[in-house]
Design a protein around this ligand. Structure first.
Ligand SMILES: Cc1cc2nc3c(=O)[nH]c(=O)nc-3n(C[C@H](O)[C@H](O)[C@H](O)COP(=O)(O)O)c2cc1C
Length: 282
């Protein structure tokens, strides 16, 4: 475990450090655990779970673009019940904060998912994925306007037991991110995650999310703007972070913590390494 002085307070939780694994990029957690103890990290965000299992999109689902990665995973996941039965019990034993990401098609489905997830042992917080790049195409709730995001947050909060924080994950859209952050925080979100992968296209034209280094300057702009406009907001940064220096740029902009995603697909030790570098470990 990290020394106490490296802990971070986020959404009323004490994290072991400022580095978390981003949703969808750490597998079930077991894949990463063979490269370093998850307990050294501030937290692990699960891939976004839906009420029912989803098979995901056709292959190829991943494509390298210059300085970035395109993904068209299509929200593949085993469904919430299977996840709670087979993945959560192991995750809950890893000594790190487990943040469960959820995504749904309707407000009612969001509430139902929240009820099932929030009561499960070991769940530290819920991350609501309000930023699926191709939401309409995938048939999930399409957050076209910031007030749609606020509606989802309100629906989740009605079903969420007191004391379980809600993180709202927003699009890295520099034109709307401040307004979106304001809306979800006003609706009761404990913190915002800025942001997801950016809507893009596979070479064959299928919708995809762009992530990795190509996204980093956009994400940094978004985080900077949110932190300046809403200095009280608790912000978690995501987008192309792969080193301690890059993480520090987001922390200096005002983020409390960072999530690491795509870099883990290239080097599964990245999160542990960035966490150790930020601690100043030799
Ligand atoms: C393969 C892959 C799968 C992802 N799956 C999810 C997901 O299920 N839910 C989600 O909110 N974000 C998902 N993301 C987005 C990441 O969590 C992250 O927000 C985004 O990629 C930006 O950070 P990065 O550049 O460090 O990857 C996924 C990204 C990738 C590359």
């Amino acid at each position: 475990m990290s020394a106490p002085e490296h802990t971070v307070e986020l959404a009323g939780l004490t994290l072991a450090g400022p580095v978390l694994v981003a949703s969808g990029c750490g597998g079930t957690g077991r894949e990463l655990a063979s490269y370093g103890a998850l307990a050294e990290l501030g937290g692990f965000v699960t891939r976004s779970l839906t009420l029912n299992p989803r098979a995901g999109g056709p292959v190829p689902r991943l494509w390298e673009s210059p300085s970035g990665l395109l993904n068209a995973i299509g929200l593949q996941n085993p469904g919430v019940e299977q996840f709670l039965a087979t993945e959560m019990p192991w995750l809950a034993q890893q000594g790190t904060r487990i943040v469960v990401s959820i995504v749904a098609s309707t407000l009612g489905e969001y509430a139902e998912l929240t009820r099932r997830v929030a009561g499960a042992p070991g769940v530290s917080a819920i991350e609501v994925n309000l930023s699926v790049p191709d939401a309409a195409g995938l048939g999930v709730f399409d957050v076209r306007e910031p007030f749609h995001a606020a509606n989802v947050v309100a629906a989740v909060l009605r079903a969420l037991p007191r004391g379980v924080p809600l993180l709202a994950k927003l699009r890295p859209d520099p034109h709307r991110v401040v307004e979106s952050a304001r809306c979800v925080l006003d609706a009761g979100a404990s913190a915002v995650v800025v942001g997801n992968s950016l809507l893009a296209a596979m070479p064959d034209g299928r919708p995809a999310g762009l992530s990795g280094p190509a996204l980093r300057p956009v994400a940094l702009r978004c985080v900077t703007d949110v932190c300046r406009a809403l200095p009280e907001a608790e912000v978690v940064a995501a987008g192309g972070i792969g080193s301690a220096e890059e993480a520090r740029a987001f922390l200096a902009a005002g983020a409390r913590a960072v999530q690491i995603g795509t870099a883990l697909l290239h080097d599964p030790t990245t999160a542990a390494r960035v966490a150790a570098d930020l601690r100043g470990a030799p």
